[in-house]
Structure formats: structure tokens, C-alpha cells
Design a binder for this molecule. Structure first.
Ligand code: UD1
Length: 416
């Protein structure tokens, strides 16, 4: 599948942002800890969500989609997470924490996911070892024995999002034991997962801060929950508005989660109005380059918006530097952008971009999820016909991207 884009239109109108992929995935994993029915409301069916649900079903849970809600019930029958989906979906690793918490044994394959760096799972495994889990490695599989799980104090050597979430889940059902996790990641999606666990009767305190404390409980009960909006999708649409020009309104969003991007867009020349639950962006001038931007863990500039921002710099006046500090291989989109006339030089984790007046249309291929989204933005801003191929990468984390962009006046179609 590909997008055929006739770029050059300004964008006008309003869209409502969906729930966050990065919240929904760990929340789906967390439902393993509960036998009663969990309803996750207004769920966008990202490809990653479909795959995560498929893994859950193969393990034995009942998963239904009804009126936009994901309804998950029953118990898993198997604790072997070794199916093909795990090779493409890194988030399958979240199931390690939830399965061990409830069933105390599991077999896992190494998880796959976007090819944006080495992406090891050592921080997850070291943390789980501190909780008493024993690992054996054979035939590319990870055998986990958690018979002797206990509460513990764990200091992460890097504030990994996934490891923080996995350890929160792993400690949730260690009844009567206290776990303290230090140097935690502080992303809003971590707070969302903690709120979800607590809505099932868990006791997770301090999510969103550097130290999280979990009081283990005996069991969890069913719940109805709605995840927070997707700040990365919001950011992507805002950058589309900035690059194409026009006036767009994003509803259902929380501007507090996007402050570094908002500062960046304002410094680039965009007018932005913030409300408690919406953002309005207006731009009718040539963008200015921002000098230097560096990705960081939350509340710093999100690595997931690095590719869209890099693409925006290609048509901003002046020279800018993008420094990727989180994932070492997140500049794969650069060779595709060169086909569109972008001037970018990459050296290790730095990209230097000299802004050109306009990109030219071209046929390009998505290298990964966020890089692919960046290419869509490039195609929207380049006057003429572009094709953006291998969009399954993009559909892993954007729901109804082309419909939303069409609603804003873009000329974009999805075809075989
Ligand atoms: C999550 C997000 C992803 C985002 C990333 C950073 C989800 C589903 N995905 O991914 O969209 O880009 O946070 O904000 O929420 N690392 C290790 N060892 C580990 C774990 C991580 O070295 O055991 C390294 C990674 O290789 C990477 C860095 O730590 O360089 C950040 O990874 P992490 O925060 O764990 O990201 P994910 O949870 O994979």
C-alpha cells in the first residue's frame, strides 16, 4: 500500500486526536493481570494494536471490538509468547511483566519493532532479576521463572519507557510486597498505564516522577478506561500545518504534553493558541530554522517527533542541527528526503540541514514509522505528485492519517 499525494495545498479545518498508541499497547498487556472484563474505550485500530490484540487472543484471552471499544476478558491459557507477531512488535515485551506478575512463568522470543537502533532489553531483564525472576537463554528464547518473586528497590541505569512500564506491571501482583523503581521514565503514557492499573484496584504511586512505588495487591478487578490522546500524532499534524501553511485546530488534546514542540513551532514563526483541550496553529509565512534541537527523554523534546521536525527543517530558512540522543539509527529517512531535494548531512547522531525554498515531489519509501510520517509531511508540502510507499510502517502508529489530512484539505489517497 502507498499514499499518492498531490502536494501544495494549504491546510484548514479541525480534527480530533485519537488515543495514544504508546498508552494502548501497555494497557492491553496489563489486562493479562485481570480475569474480569476490561473495556478500553474509543480505541483506534492502529496496526500495532491489532497485532497486540492478536497475540493476546493466541494466548487465550477473548478480545472483541464493539462500538469503537476494545473488550478483553477471560484468562490466558498459555504463557509462551513465541508467535510470529512478537518479531515485528517490540511492545510484546510488555507482556513479560504482566504474565510474570500473575502466572510466575513465561517463555519469550526477543521482540522486534522499528529498525531505529539496537533496542536491547537488558534494562527490563535486570529490573526483573531484582524482583527475583530467574532467566535462562536457549535457542533464541528467554525462559522466565518467577516462582520466588519479591518486592525490591530497583534503579534503572537509563529511564527506559518500556522497562519502567514492564516493572510497574511485574510488581503489581506481588501481594503484600513493596517495590520502589528509581530513575523512571516520566512520559505521560506511563502515568496513563499507572492510572489504568489503579482503576483495576492496583496500587501504583508516583508515576510521572522519577521514583515510582508499587504496593503489591492480591488481584485486580475489571474496569472501563479511556487512554490519553496521542501527543505524537498531534505533533505530526501540527508540523503538517506549519509546513503546508494554513490554520488548523486539533481537538481532544492536552497542550501540556507538547510544550517543547510548541516552543519550537513558535520559534519557527507559527502562531499557536493553546486551550485546555485544543491547540490552534496558524502559519502563512516561510518557516525559520531553529538552530539546534536535541531529543531527550520526557519532558524533553520527544525522539518520536525527531523525523517530522527534521523534515520541517528541510524547508525552513537557514541551517539547523538535529541531535538524536535516544535511538542511534533514526536518520534512515534522510536518503529518501534527498530524492526530494533536501540538503542534509548526517554524521553519527547529528544531522545538519540547510533549508531549501521548496521540496520537489518524488517517489519515496518509508524506512520506519516516524520517518514514514515525515515523508508524508514532505510530500504534502512539495507541489506536485509524490508517492509514499510501504506505508504499513506509518499505519502501525497513525490511525486514519489520510482521512484526517483530507479533512484538513490535503490531496492524499491510499492505494495498492
Ligand atoms: C518507547 C515508545 C517509543 C519511543 C521510546 C522513547 C512505546 C510503545 N514506544 O519505546 O515510541 O520512541 O519509548 O521515547 O511506548 N534501551 C536499552 N535497554 C533496554 C531498554 C531500552 O538500552 O532494556 C535503550 C533503547 O535502545 C533506546 C533507549 O534506551 O536507545 C530508549 O528506549 P525505551 O525508552 O525503552 O523505548 P521503548 O520503550 O522501546
Amino acid at each position: 500500500m502507498k499514499y499518492v499525494v498531490n502536494g501544495g495545498n494549504k491546510l484548514f479545518g479541525k480534527i480530533t486526536v485519537d488515543s495514544a498508541k504508546n498508552s494502548i499497547l501497555p494497557v492491553i498487556a496489563a489486562t493479562i493481570m485481570c480475569d474480569e472484563e476490561c473495556v478500553i474505550k474509543n480505541i483506534p485500530l492502529y496496526l500495532d494494536v491489532i497485532e497486540m490484540s492478536a497475540i493476546l487472543e493466541k494466548l487465550g484471552k477473548k478480545v472483541e471490538v464493539k462500538d469503537d471499544n476494545l473488550i478483553i476478558s477471560g484468562e490466558i491459557r498459555s504463557t509462551s509468547v513465541i508467535m510470529a507477531e512478537t518479531k515485528t512488535l517490540r511492545s510484546s515485551i510488555f507482556m513479560m511483566g504482566s504474565i510474570l506478575s500473575k502466572y510466575r512463568k513465561a517463555i519469550f522470543t526477543y521482540p522486534g519493532g522499528c529498525d531505529i537502533g539496537k533496542r536491547p532489553i537488558d534494562i527490563h531483564l535486570e529490573g526483573l532479576e531484582k524482583l527475583g525472576v530467574k532467566f535462562t537463554f536457549a535457542n533464541d528464547l528467554i525462559y522466565c521463572d518467577a516462582d520466588k518473586m519479591k518486592g525490591s528497590e530497583i534503579t534503572l541505569n537509563f529511564p527506559s519507557v518500556g522497562a519502567t512500564e514492564n516493572l510497574m506491571m511485574a510488581s503489581t501482583l506481588i501481594e503484600g510486597e513493596i517495590t520502589v523503581i528509581k530513575n523512571c521514565a516520566r512520559e505521560p503514557e506511563i502515568v496513563d498505564l499507572a492510572n489504568f492499573i489503579n482503576s483495576m484496584g492496583g496500587k501504583v504511586y508516583g508515576a510521572g516522577y522519577e521514583t515510582i512505588v508499587i504496593f503489591g495487591v492480591k488481584r485486580l478487578h475489571g474496569t472501563i478506561y479511556k487512554c490519553i490522546m496521542d501527543r505524537i500524532a498531534t505533533g505530526t499534524y501540527l508540523i503538517a500545518g506549519a509546513m503546508c501553511g494554513g490554520r488548523i485546530e486539533l481537538a481532544g488534546t492536552n497542550p501540556n504534553f507538547l510544550l517543547p514542540l510548541i516552543v519550537f513551532l513558535r520559534n519557527s514563526g507559527c502562531k499557536i493558541d493553546l486551550f485546555s483541550d485544543k491547540i490552534i496553529l496558524e502559519n502563512f509565512t516561510r518557516l525559520k530554522s531553529i538552530g539546534k534541537i536535541e531529543t531527550e527523554t520526557y519532558p524533553g523534546f520527544p525522539t518520536d517527533l525527531q523525523s517530522p521536525v527534521l523534515v520541517m527543517q528541510t524547508i525552513s530558512k537557514g541551517t539547523s542541527i538535529v541531535h538524536e540522543t535516544v535511538f542511534e539509527a533514526r536518520f534512515k529517512v534522510v536518503s529518501e528526503l534527498a530524492k526530494m531535494g533536501a540538503k542534509i548531512n548526517v554524521s553519527e547522531r547529528y544531522a545538519t540541514i540547510v533549508g531549501v525554498q521548496k521540496l520537489k515531489p518524488a517517489n519515496v519509501i518509508c524506512p520506519d514509522l516516524r520517518g514514514g510520517a515525515g515523508l508524508v509531511l514532505a510530500a504534502l508540502s512539495a507541489k506536485g505528485r509524490s508517492e509514499v510507499d510501504e506505508i504499513f510502517h506509518v499505519e502501525r502508529g497513525y490511525y486514519n492519517l489520510e482521512k484526517n489530512l483530507k479533512n484538513l484539505g490535503a490531496n492524499i489517497e491510499k492505494t495498492e
